[in-house]
Design a protein around this ligand. Sequence first.
Ligand SMILES: O=P(O)(O)OC[C@H]1O[C@H](OP(=O)(O)OP(=O)(O)O)[C@H](O)[C@@H]1O
Ligand code: HPA
Ligand SMILES: [Mg+2]
Length: 185
Amino acid sequence: MGSFWDEDPQLGEVIVPADRLQARVAELGAAITADYQGRPPLLVGVLKGAFVFLSDLARAIDLPVDFDLMAVASYGARTTTSGVVRIVKDLDSDLAGRHVLVVEDIVDSGLTLSYLRRYLLARSPASLEICSLLVKEGCQVPRSELRYVGFTIPSVFVVGYGLDVAERYRNLPEIRAFVGQAPGD
Ligand SMILES: O=P(O)(O)OC[C@H]1O[C@H](OP(=O)(O)OP(=O)(O)O)[C@H](O)[C@@H]1O
Ligand code: HPA
Ligand SMILES: [Mg+2]
């Protein structure tokens, strides 16, 4: 049977199919498991976009991990950054002395990440690393700042697997190009 999404004219090409997402998440989980032996990480999920990736990744890590969640927003109903990163929900935990692993869905302009990095480093973690499922080609963030990356993708606006436009498409099980008109553009 076809899927509801097949009929959506706002969805373009499949950028990362669901089976490749799952395979890569398993690899990332194995790498994190190997790297964090003896120093279990505190996973800091960056909501909302990272919630799907975070839940799959966490179950691919064979270590006892702790979780905290932050919600930050800068896109809303647009396909370009507003340029202002707004904290919607702050962390609950004390980061001092913790091995913090930030779990992001995408690094695009890099604005969110540079904001978060400064914000989190000020809370004195023992270490701070970034795991992003997606990174856009041409993004200005040095690759050395991203410890774990799932896929480098072309510079097109994408949706699915947690990523939205105006809150839609987060439950699409694959990453696809969004070729429609965003309400805020
Ligand atoms: O590198 P940047 O250009 O800053 O873009 C990346 C950020 O933008 C998106 O968040 P968004 O503002 O859409 O909030 P959401 O996660 O709630 O959808 C995405 O989830 C990243 O956190
Ligand atoms: O391409 C994107 N899609 C969804 N959300 C995003 N936030 C930054 N870039 C993107
Ligand atoms: Mg969004």
